[in-house]
Write a protein that binds this ligand. Structure first.
Ligand code: PMP
Length: 363
């Protein structure tokens, strides 16, 4: 059949390393309480939904995106408190920005680095660009292993160091003095540091000030965890000399007019999103306390909208929760440090209640 004749063509033209990969897998979630991907569980109140619908209905979708993207950039810069002398690049989610950064820095022989376990796209994007990736294991309590980080930076001279702050999936903020020393070490080897602040809406600290002090630091954020995961808007802030280079790689119309309008609408209603984030932080505390009270379960303190916890038998608990209609993420296989660990996204008060009740039943 036709796929038989296609096989030799694919074999010849598709890169060998791509042929060996699997596409990014999303867990099927239909009919389940979805607590697996750190989404904001809250919809907009109905009146705002209607208002958004009317706004989107008036957008000129016959035109390519134009100035509305600039309006969104200005609104995001104001929202984030972007310092003087910096620029902002929009991405179709921060995933796209990771790809653009990787493309920009993928010189032959280049190495990218991040602590491990961390967000999987850092390593994957290095692999896709055909450059090296060095992962430096965290300590057993998920802190930066500063001596190991400094040694690896000096040895490999990475072009890019990704620091997820807070970290996915461990949900913590690393020690700031250790981060500063890693940033200084990266200056020594003339590399860039990307502070990935996807979970900033739930964290007690951020890196805007680092951006002022260090010209080789970039801050990456997203509207996904804020409450617009489905819209796909990420942004990268850094000195304009840097963001101008990244912008050259950006596909011309990567933010649709509908995305831009929805993003602007959300930023006009930050009070609503602040209320949602406050509820999530409250439920995070409730979930953490409930996990702590369960026999044999060890949760780690969280600065994000997820809680990581170690269970006596993670696979069994994952399956038992799923049988009760709750989908979480089993991260046990991602890294040896995560043995028997589950990552639980913080949901609505009602979902958190369901999760706590189900956990009590299955443990
Ligand atoms: N950075 C981190 C640390 C993440 O955990 C994620 C998604 N889970 C992303 C970036 C990508 O988010 P998005 O593409 O939705 O902006």
């Amino acid at each position: 059949d036709s796929s038989d004749s296609l096989a030799p063509i694919l074999q010849r033209v598709i890169r060998q390393d791509i042929q060996g990969l699997h596409a990014y897998a999303v867990q099927p979630s239909a009919g389940l309480v979805k607590l697996d991907t750190m989404e904001n569980p809250h919809r907009l109140p109905e009146a705002l939904q209607r208002e958004l619908g009317e706004r989107l209905g008036r957008v000129a979708i016959n035109r390519y995106p134009a100035e509305r993207g600039d309006d969104l950039k200005a609104a995001l810069a104001a929202h984030a408190g972007m310092p003087e002398g910096c620029g902002l690049v929009l991405g179709n989610g921060s995933d796209e920005l990771i790809t653009l950064l990787s493309m920009a820095c993928a010189k032959p022989g280049a190495v990218f680095m991040s602590p491990l376990p961390s967000f999987v796209m850092y390593g994957l994007s290095a692999q896709l660009q055909g450059v090296g990736f060095v992962g430096v294991p965290l300590t057993a309590d998920f802190e930066l292993d500063e001596p190991a980080m400094l040694a690896a930076i000096a040895q490999h001279k990475p072009a890019l160091l990704y620091l997820s702050y807070p970290n996915n999936p461990t949900a913590n903020l690393w020690d700031d003095a250790a981060i500063e020393r890693c940033i200084d070490a990266m200056a020594q080897v003339q590399g860039l540091v990307v502070m990935d602040e996807a979970y900033q809406p739930f964290a007690s600290r951020d890196s805007m000030d680092r951006l002022r002090r260090h010209p080789h630091v970039l801050v990456m954020r997203t509207m996904s965890k804020f409450g617009l995961a489905g819209v796909r808007i990420g942004y990268l802030i850094g000195r304009t000399a840097l963001t101008d280079e990244i912008d050259k790689l950006r596909p011309p119309f990567n933010i649709s007019v509908l995305n831009a309008e929805a993003g602007l609408f959300a930023l006009e209603h930050v009070d609503e999103y602040a209320r949602q984030a406050a509820s999530i932080r409250e439920q995070r505390q409730r979930l953490y306390a409930a996990l702590q009270a369960l026999p044999g379960v060890q949760p780690w303190p969280s600065e994000a909208n997820m809680v990581l916890a170690r269970f006596p038998d993670a696979a069994k608990t994952f399956a038992a929760l799923k049988a009760r209609g709750i989908l979480i993420k089993n991260v046990s296989a991602l890294h040896p440090l995560l043995a028997n660990c589950l990552r639980l996204t913080v949901g609505t008060p009602d979902e958190t209640g369901q999760l706590i009740a189900a956990l009590a039943e299955c443990l």
